[in-house]
Ligand binder design. Structure first.
Ligand code: IFM
Length: 472
């Protein structure tokens, strides 16, 4: 049967309203600068660590890079029209630091800022609220050359850049996120070498964690100062999941403690409670790693925020023993092993289990008590284009529907979740995977740059419309 006409597809395109969401629930789509903008060397932009990393042989699948990406820099107006047409009220995007402040220090680059000023104005002109992320991984290369995030100075430079960005855009933008997924910046970038800048040094990665968090806190303070009495909703976005022990054994529970400590509490505790988790600090000390904390840092990192951005893609089951039952691996390190479950998976190989999003949101409410917004959620699938040109991505639609339902369930049980942003507006550069993994609800033909709404985008648009009508 032609996938364009299956009953399932017709049903998905005529969704039911989502019950249980208030009229002011925030609906959005999200992107990031390096993943979509292209124009890597235009109008004064200098290279970021991703421009450099992409040129390292073998670093990115197929040797792909973000020089052109979705050419959003040149197609911004068309893309804003697309966003507005989806009926979302919010667009979350990131600023490219090397476009605004080339080299990461010194004066602003007016042409770079001008791009974001036009973007903000066009969004607002179409009734879409801009939600800015200051840092989504594209560190100016010069700052990496000076040591990168493991160096304290990078945090100071970040706060300066935040203030410059707010000076230019703060009169029109109320929603500011400092960092996107600092775990990825630190661990994928400096410990595992999978992301830019491609270093493999656990000690440096932990110094990066502290300086990213310090940068967040200093930037948060700078934004508050810059905003004066003007409205400001300030936050940080973390990639968070759930850690479930495979069995009730002490080893498996210990593995979960470690996974949760390094993946979640190491970020949440200092930002929300003003202190690093003692058990994680002790684990690090056992590996001769100490965070480079100075007097006053804890208070700076805990600068009050208004909202916690949650990027959720998956939870995981953990074992604390190797296949042959040892709690210590060949390198003498305690075992924290992810165990595959018999669950459906996305094209990234990530397990799909939406109830874990409900669990996560309830845990965040219980342990941290901040209002949350899902700043990213979505899935890569191997889309096919039907003969009529449509993209019947029922798997992605189901993924979005089930995760939105998980948000509704969390709210019903008391979690203060205020919005949901689909990742991503459109297919884009998926970091070390290049362009092969498609997360968009809008398809991008990279040869022609033509954008096509996938069925998931139509479903999202219809769902938002019906839900608003039902709650207004
Ligand atoms: O594409 C990324 C995004 O940049 C950060 N969060 C996860 C997404 C999917 O991997």
């Amino acid at each position: 049967m032609n996938p364009a006409t299956t009953p399932q597809r017709q049903r998905l395109l005529r969704p039911a309203p989502v019950r249980g969401l208030p009229a002011d629930f925030r609906w959005g789509v999200a992107t990031s600068s390096y993943q979509i903008e292209g124009a890597a060397a235009e109008d004064g932009r200098t290279p970021s660590i991703w421009d450099t990393f992409c040129r390292v042989p073998g670093a990115v699948e197929g040797g792909e890079r973000g020089d052109v990406a979705c050419d959003h820099y040149h197609r911004m107006s068309e893309d804003v029209e697309l966003i507005a047409g989806l009926g979302v009220d919010t667009y979350r995007f990131s600023l490219a630091w090397p476009r605004i402040q080339p080299g990461g220090r010194g004066p602003v680059n007016t042409k770079g800022l001008d791009f974001y000023q036009r973007l903000v104005d066009e969004l607002r002109g179409r009734g879409v609220t801009p939600w800015i992320t200051l840092y989504h991984w594209d560190l100016p290369q010069e700052l990496e050359d000076a040591g990168g995030w493991p160096e304290r100075d990078t945090a100071l430079r970040f706060a300066e850049y935040a203030a410059l960005a707010h000076d230019a855009l703060g009169d029109r933008v109320e929603h500011w996120t400092t960092l996107n997924e600092p775990w990825c910046s630190a661990m994928l970038g400096y410990a595992y070498g999978l992301h830019a800048p491609g270093r493999r040094d656990l000690g440096a990665a932990l110094h990066a964690v502290h300086h990213l968090l310090l940068g967040h806190g200093l930037a948060a303070g700078a934004l508050r100062d810059a905003a004066g009495g003007n409205p400001l909703e300030l936050g940080i976005t973390l990639n968070l999941g759930t850690a479930t022990p495979e069995t009730d054994s002490e080893a498996d529970r210990e593995a979960c403690r470690r996974a949760d400590g390094m993946g979640a509490r190491l970020y949440l505790d200092p930002v929300v409670h003003g202190r690093y988790p003692e058990d994680v600090i002790a684990d690090l000390a056992a590996q001769n790693i100490e965070l480079p904390v100075r007097d006053g840092d804890a208070a700076a990192i805990a600068t009050p925020i208004d909202v916690l951005g949650v990027n959720f893609y998956r939870g995981a089951l953990f074992s604390g023993v190797t296949d042959d039952g040892s709690p210590i691996d060949a390198e003498g390190v305690p075992v924290v092993r992810m165990v595959d479950r018999d669950l459906p998976r996305t094209a990234m190989g990530w397990e799909i289990n939406p109830t874990e999003l409900t669990d996560l949101l309830l845990r965040l409410e219980r342990d941290y008590g901040l209002p949350t917004v899902i700043t990213e959620n979505g899935a890569a699938f191997d889309d096919t284009v039907a003969p009529d040109g449509s993209v019947p991505d029922a798997d992605r639609t189901a993924y979005l529907a089930d995760h939105i339902a998980a948000v509704v369930a969390a709210r019903a049980q008391g979690a203060d979740v205020r919005g949901y942003f689909a990742w991503s507006l459109m297919d884009n550069f998926e970091w070390a995977y290049g362009y092969g993994k498609r997360f968009g609800i809008v398809r991008v033909d990279y040869d022609t740059q033509v954008r096509t709404l996938k069925d998931s985008a139509k479903w999202y648009r219809n769902t938002i419309g019906l839900t608003r009508a039902g709650t207004a």
